[in-house]
Design a protein around this ligand. Sequence first.
Ligand SMILES: [Zn+2]
Length: 114
Amino acid sequence: MYARWAATTAVITSTQNRLLGSRRTLLPWQQRCIAGGSADRPLEEDVQARVRALIEAGVLPRDTSKTLWVGKGSGAICPVCQQPITADAYEFDLGDVLLHRDCHRAWQREVRAG
Ligand SMILES: [Zn+2]
Protein backbone atom coordinates (compact mmCIF):
# COMPACT_ATOMS: atom_id res chain seq x y z
CA MET A 1 0.00 0.00 0.00
CA TYR A 2 2.73 2.42 0.99
CA ALA A 3 4.80 1.56 -2.09
CA ARG A 4 1.86 2.41 -4.32
CA TRP A 5 1.33 5.75 -2.58
CA ALA A 6 5.01 6.56 -2.92
CA ALA A 7 4.98 5.69 -6.63
CA THR A 8 1.92 7.88 -7.21
CA THR A 9 3.52 10.76 -5.31
CA ALA A 10 6.66 10.40 -7.43
CA VAL A 11 4.61 10.60 -10.64
CA ILE A 12 2.78 13.68 -9.42
CA THR A 13 6.02 15.39 -8.42
CA SER A 14 7.68 14.69 -11.76
CA THR A 15 4.58 15.91 -13.62
CA GLN A 16 4.58 19.12 -11.60
CA ASN A 17 8.27 19.62 -12.35
CA ARG A 18 7.67 19.08 -16.06
CA LEU A 19 4.80 21.59 -15.97
CA LEU A 20 7.01 24.12 -14.22
CA GLY A 21 9.75 23.48 -16.76
CA SER A 22 7.53 24.10 -19.77
CA ARG A 23 6.04 27.20 -18.14
CA ARG A 24 9.55 28.52 -17.65
CA THR A 25 10.31 27.91 -21.33
CA LEU A 26 7.09 29.45 -22.62
CA LEU A 27 6.82 32.33 -20.20
CA PRO A 28 10.33 33.14 -18.96
CA TRP A 29 9.29 36.45 -17.39
CA GLN A 30 6.78 34.86 -15.02
CA GLN A 31 9.58 33.31 -13.03
CA ARG A 32 11.43 36.59 -12.74
CA CYS A 33 8.35 38.50 -11.62
CA ILE A 34 7.86 36.46 -8.46
CA ALA A 35 10.36 38.53 -6.47
CA GLY A 36 8.39 41.72 -7.02
CA GLY A 37 5.56 43.07 -9.06
CA SER A 38 2.60 41.23 -10.43
CA ALA A 39 3.04 37.73 -11.80
CA ASP A 40 0.91 38.12 -14.89
CA ARG A 41 2.67 41.17 -16.30
CA PRO A 42 6.12 40.79 -17.82
CA LEU A 43 8.98 43.03 -16.76
CA GLU A 44 9.48 46.14 -18.87
CA GLU A 45 12.79 45.08 -20.42
CA ASP A 46 11.27 41.73 -21.38
CA VAL A 47 8.36 43.50 -23.07
CA GLN A 48 10.80 45.75 -24.95
CA ALA A 49 12.87 42.76 -26.11
CA ARG A 50 9.75 40.92 -27.22
CA VAL A 51 8.45 43.96 -29.11
CA ARG A 52 11.81 44.20 -30.90
CA ALA A 53 11.63 40.51 -31.85
CA LEU A 54 8.05 40.89 -33.12
CA ILE A 55 9.02 43.90 -35.26
CA GLU A 56 11.94 41.93 -36.70
CA ALA A 57 9.63 38.98 -37.38
CA GLY A 58 7.22 41.29 -39.20
CA VAL A 59 4.37 40.70 -36.74
CA LEU A 60 4.38 44.35 -35.64
CA PRO A 61 4.77 47.21 -38.13
CA ARG A 62 7.89 49.38 -38.15
CA ASP A 63 6.10 52.70 -38.53
CA THR A 64 3.71 54.33 -36.08
CA SER A 65 1.87 56.22 -38.82
CA LYS A 66 -0.42 53.27 -39.57
CA THR A 67 -4.09 53.96 -38.99
CA LEU A 68 -4.82 53.27 -35.36
CA TRP A 69 -8.13 52.33 -33.86
CA VAL A 70 -8.74 52.12 -30.16
CA GLY A 71 -11.64 50.18 -28.75
CA LYS A 72 -12.87 48.10 -25.90
CA GLY A 73 -10.99 44.84 -25.44
CA SER A 74 -12.44 41.99 -27.47
CA GLY A 75 -10.62 39.16 -25.75
CA ALA A 76 -8.00 38.91 -28.50
CA ILE A 77 -4.57 37.70 -27.44
CA CYS A 78 -2.00 40.48 -27.45
CA PRO A 79 1.12 39.18 -29.25
CA VAL A 80 3.45 41.19 -27.00
CA CYS A 81 2.46 39.82 -23.58
CA GLN A 82 0.35 36.90 -24.84
CA GLN A 83 -2.47 37.83 -22.47
CA PRO A 84 -6.06 38.38 -23.62
CA ILE A 85 -7.20 42.00 -23.97
CA THR A 86 -10.25 41.90 -21.76
CA ALA A 87 -13.34 44.10 -22.01
CA ASP A 88 -12.19 46.26 -19.08
CA ALA A 89 -9.09 47.32 -21.06
CA TYR A 90 -8.58 49.24 -24.29
CA GLU A 91 -7.22 47.48 -27.34
CA PHE A 92 -5.05 49.31 -29.85
CA ASP A 93 -5.58 48.14 -33.41
CA LEU A 94 -2.54 48.40 -35.70
CA GLY A 95 -4.38 46.99 -38.67
CA ASP A 96 -3.37 43.36 -38.34
CA VAL A 97 -2.70 43.07 -34.63
CA LEU A 98 -4.32 44.19 -31.39
CA LEU A 99 -2.25 45.36 -28.43
CA HIS A 100 -2.82 46.43 -24.83
CA ARG A 101 -2.24 50.11 -24.04
CA ASP A 102 1.04 49.37 -22.26
CA CYS A 103 2.19 46.95 -24.97
CA HIS A 104 1.29 49.56 -27.60
CA ARG A 105 3.38 52.11 -25.71
CA ALA A 106 6.32 49.72 -25.67
CA TRP A 107 5.91 49.23 -29.42
CA GLN A 108 5.88 53.01 -29.99
CA ARG A 109 9.02 53.38 -27.86
CA GLU A 110 10.74 50.68 -29.88
CA VAL A 111 9.81 52.13 -33.28
CA ARG A 112 10.82 55.65 -32.24
CA ALA A 113 14.14 54.40 -30.89
CA GLY A 114 14.75 53.05 -34.39
ZN1 LIG B 1 -0.21 43.02 -24.15
